[in-house]
Design a protein. Sequence first.
Length: 210
Amino acid sequence: MKTRFFMMLAAVLLTVMGLSACTAKARQVSNETNESETENKEVMSLKGKKTLVAYFSWSGNTREAAQYIAQKTGADEFEIIREKPYPVEYNACTEDAKAEKEAGERPAIKGKVENMAQYDVVFVCVPVWWYTAPMPVFTFLEQYDLKGKTVIPFCTAYSGPSSTLDDIVSATPQSNHLDGICIVTKEMGGKDMDKKHGEIDKWLGEIAGF
């Protein structure tokens, strides 16, 4: 009986050791794969490409960030402005924006980009309003043929991006896209956006080699 018991125990130990070895090998392969993917991931350099930073801003946060991006990338700027101005009072503005979103409106905007065809890259910079981009931004995106261009979403928010970055991508289905970023701030008027420049610099370096 004792001999049989020790034989069974030895078999169990060998099985456990075998499983442990397989698990360790699987982890090693997984780590090697992840490292390989990281090493092979190329940064798409946008240096030397004609770039536009299009932005919508109400409080000033997005404007400050967009202008910083334009400065860093050597891009032209275009401000998306609703033809009928939003109320200057915060609560009234949010109610106006909410009604506009719920109705799926595409409000008229001022001006046009001269020769959109010349641009290879378009940054789309927006605040998060009611979990997405303000409706004038979609008016802008639907006015132009962005097929084949690289569209890069960017947003500022009080808490997070919600679906904003994804919605910009969805609105430009024939474009190429690079990963966007959301800059979170509790301030208004661009008061602390200079403190966010480090985040923007890191992001631009990761996605575009700036």
